[in-house]
Design a protein around this ligand. Structure first.
Ligand code: TRP
Length: 327
């Protein structure tokens, strides 16, 4: 039997080049070896106030990006979290097996509530419990996550083990899935930090929807250093990041890229990286536009995904209700 991979993707606007190269590109190939579920986690998205039209648009946009980037809906289960009510049901149940003390330790909750003092709602607080429900509902074996989600996976495992200790083997204990070559892409303006959307410098981040001109302009402005040699090294975070990006989009080794640009100036190098990225993104952008031009079809794909997810989740939810003692 194939192992199960579950990932939740927040529908917060347009994905970045960082998330593409760090995670999304590695997902396409997984479906031959694993049963993969990719859930657009719209329930998680409402911990902040969001305009209904924007939320709907973001959800569809994200689903369309996942498909455009190569996740075939016939080979993967793609759906919206809000379409499968088992997520919310299991989440409530697991809330009763999660301690306030554990949730108080979540660094993401502390960070987010510090940033958003006027809306520290209980959804933000119990966010990790819903995330645990997402994962446990499918008996998932593996969860592809970045460093920022390790703590959330840890609490998920703790909740599952606690539940299993009381009721027997109900849940599979999930593990982190670290893709073999997950590149860590940093910001173009601040190359010491992860490329992030929340950064106030819009030049820091390449969105998958950026036009060719925008992409090239942003790379031209990328922060580097002053020694003018194109070498990968810890002391050269800007150049190293550009080399990583170039290597990823051209499928070359870092050393090959260094050799290719030996003796060339930073200007020419940055232009080449920008052009290579623009060229890589173009076909994805075209496919994304095609998918977004037929919303009825996109929604139909999502409902087929939800039906499959529902079918997979139901036995676990029924078992949970049984072992707890619901009539
Ligand atoms: N919290 C994750 C994030 O911020 C999103 C997420 C929700 C998730 N449910 C999940 C990730 C389940 C992995 C598995 O990106």
């Amino acid at each position: 039997m194939k192992k199960i991979i579950f990932s939740g993707i927040k529908p917060t606007g347009i994905p970045t080049l960082g998330s593409l190269l760090g995670a999304l590109t590695h997902w396409e190939g997984l479906s031959s070896q694993y049963n993969c579920l990719y859930c657009v986690v719209d329930l998680h998205a409402i911990t902040i106030r969001i305009d209904p039209a924007v939320l709907r648009e973001n959800g569809r946009n994200m689903l369309a990006w996942l498909i455009a980037l190569g996740l075939d809906p016939e080979k993967n289960i793609l759906y919206y979290q809000s379409h499968v009510s088992a997520h919310a049901e299991l989440s409530w149940i697991l809330n009763c097996y999660t301690y306030v003390g554990e949730l108080n330790r979540m660094t993401q909750f502390k960070d987010k509530s510090a940033k958003n003092t006027e809306n520290i709602n209980s959804g933000l607080y119990t966010y990790p419990v819903l995330q645990a429900a997402d994962i446990l509902l499918f008996q998932s074996n593996l969860v592809p996550i970045g460093e920022d989600q390790r703590q959330h996976l840890e609490i998920c495992r703790d909740i599952a083990e606690r539940f299993n200790k009381i009721y027997g083997d109900v849940f599979t204990i999930p593990e982190a899935f670290v893709p073999p070559v997950g590149a860590r892409i940093t910001g173009l303006q601040n190359p010491s930090a992860k490329m992030s959307k929340s950064d106030e410098h819009s030049n820091d981040c390449i969105y998958l929807s950026d036009s060719s001109d925008e992409i090239i302009k942003k790379f031209k402005r990328a922060v580097t250093d002053s020694d003018n040699t194109i070498k990968f090294s810890e002391e050269k975070p800007g150049i190293s990041n550009l080399l990583t990006i170039y290597a990823c989009v051209t499928n070359k080794k870092i050393e090959e890229c260094e050799a290719e640009f030996e003796g060339k100036g930073y200007g020419a190098f940055k232009l080449a990286v920008g052009e290579a990225v623009a060229q890589t993104l173009a076909p994805f952008q075209k496919e994304h536009a095609r998918l977004m031009s037929d919303i009825a079809e996109l929604d139909a794909i999502a409902s087929r995904g939800a039906a499959k997810a529902n079918e997979m989740a139901t036995p676990t939810l029924i078992n949970v209700k049984n072992v707890i003692g619901f009539v």
